[in-house]
Design a binder for this molecule. Sequence first.
Ligand SMILES: C[S@@+](CC[C@H](N)C(=O)[O-])C[C@H]1O[C@@H](n2cnc3c(N)ncnc32)[C@H](O)[C@@H]1O
Length: 323
Amino acid sequence: MCQGAALASHNRKPTIMDVRRAMNLFYKNPYDGYDPHMENTGHYPLMKQGLSVLAQEGHVSGKKIVDLGGGSCELLAHILMCKLNQILSTSNGSAPFRLVNVDATESILVGGAARLLRRLGRIKTAGSEHGDNLEIRAHVAGGNWTTLNLNQLRMDRQKQFYDEISLTRPSDAEKELLRINLILEDVLALPDHAKLDLMGANTVLVSYCFHWFIDKPAVATLIRELLAEDGKFVSIEEWPLRVTTPDLSGFEPKERRNRERFYKTLTDAIEAATTPIEVPGKLYELFTAAGLEQIPLTATQREFVNKIDMQHNMFSGVFKRTH
Ligand SMILES: C[S@@+](CC[C@H](N)C(=O)[O-])C[C@H]1O[C@@H](n2cnc3c(N)ncnc32)[C@H](O)[C@@H]1O
């Protein structure tokens, strides 16, 4: 059993430092950690299930897929695995497939790099089955290309921050099959060159982030700017926003008090960092005001407006540019 409190709105405007502090606490949660929490509470399974259905219906496509506030890369890693065959069959010299994750919190993005690299390790096995010997290379921030040692990477999270990872086949020399960029930035403070580079995105994704974005209309406008003319924006958000904390009644008093203290600190930090917005009502109005129009979902997709648990729901919507 879990218990949780709906987060209240508060008057003080959060800063990006509040966001980073709360996400660092959440990600490095000593008791269960962000990723296991998202898995165990049903957020990740539902998010991936919803995304797979949207992808099957052609809403997650194109050569440039950008995840804003992508966190520890769960969504990109899922897309990567779904598109494995497509990536491996890219041998005709066409532009490489590109996945981009932008996030403002370093710890979560470093964890994401490790997660992607572990998945890429599995692709290497799949590649061998195709008779290929795939190579994974990382461009360590500010440094040179490095061929990665997968066994070492699998052992644990790497301390280094990879700003670019690519998948190549040695037989194709420098030709890349896949490029992944991990960009450590506030989405609203992207350097001009990074913003220009991301423009023309075929798919922009945002999952479980809008309650965290401080200037929500500005992010909606950015999404509209980044999308290619026929691009799609996929929004996955929960409502109401709640912090679910585990039932601690089974612990010894001292251990229970320690954990209660931690979860109180975490809940307070999340409350200070977030400004909940009603989903879909107010959030989708904001998208419309920014020049994004909702694409009606088919009956199958509608099922993915779904219950995360008895207390909150997940809404997925797909949008295109109005002009
Ligand atoms: C609840 S997490 C969601 C992460 C991921 N999308 C997922 O589905 O698990 C919210 C994320 O938004 C990021 N974030 C919040 N504000 C941001 C901003 N202005 N720029 C970039 N990332 C931001 C946080 O660092 C955090 O990783």
